[in-house]
Design a binder for this molecule. Sequence first.
Ligand code: SAM
Length: 317
Amino acid sequence: MNADVTAKRHTAGRHAATAIAAASARLTRAGVESARLDAELLMAAAAGVSRATLIAGGAEIDTGAAERFERMVARREAREPLAYIVGHREFFSLEFAIRPGVLVPRPETETVVEAALDFLRERERLADLSVVGAVRERPSYPTATVLDIGTGSGAIAIAISANAPGVRIVGLDISKVSLEVAADNARRHRCADRIAFLHGDCFAALEGSAPPFDPFDLIVSNPPYIGEAELATLAPEVRDFEPKVAFEGGRDGLNFYRGIAAGLPRWLAPDGEVILEVGAGQAEAVEEMMRAAGCAVGARRRDLAGIDRVVRSRRAL
Ligand code: SAM
């Protein structure tokens, strides 16, 4: 009898709690840091119940759920990202569909969304000040245009749109799979009529459209920024499963920022802002590029780990 069949027989008919404990031990041995949490989330997905129900204890699993759980645990044991196995990931309190071929959105990228919403709120405040004594009917934010370069699952674009419904967004990506997933996520979150997804290589994706795009009020990006030296240090989840095009940033990790800086004179509106996620230790070099592109650099933002994560630059009028 092969090991797989033995494992299935042993798992079937158990309490979920027993199976979770055994899976957690396996995942720990495989080097998964959040082994217990992952085992619980896999069981919730396999059994179709909430994690809270599982934690409350006493849940029984039938043979079908036990088999699904076993297959999922084996994939996680091989260090496949949890989001690819369960098919979704939460970002900015919204659930995103995720599948292989698409970068799994990271918590630190929420810092980009926070900075973007601050910029849009500030525009709103200034617009209010300029309307003296007038009553205006409009959405909660003024119409601003936003470009999300390398939109991936649509995480940044959709989180902005869900919180700033008056904004028009273009999300572009070189990966067609990502654009399919992003469009699906936009429909889920009822943003599809406010976000256009375009296929192409950075700003080149904007060329040739009719009518032509105007320069954008806000450009955001979480570009690929891992340098060659860092590639060897990546966790297996990233190195072996996530798309290289989503994280490889060339020799020093800064290639993509060079391309963005080069496109700013054409694609950033006067007084527009650029909000870029950067890797640890990259903020200064990226700020230097933004200055060289004619921008004034604003305050950096740190992520929850205290790392300078977001560079903000404003184009001089
Ligand atoms: N914005 C998403 C997020 O934060 O979760 C994905 C960010 S991921 C780090 C970078 C994205 O850039 C990937 O989706 C990748 O396909 C895309 N990308 C890579 N090279 C590109 C290029 N030359 N033009 C457009 N998009 C590109």
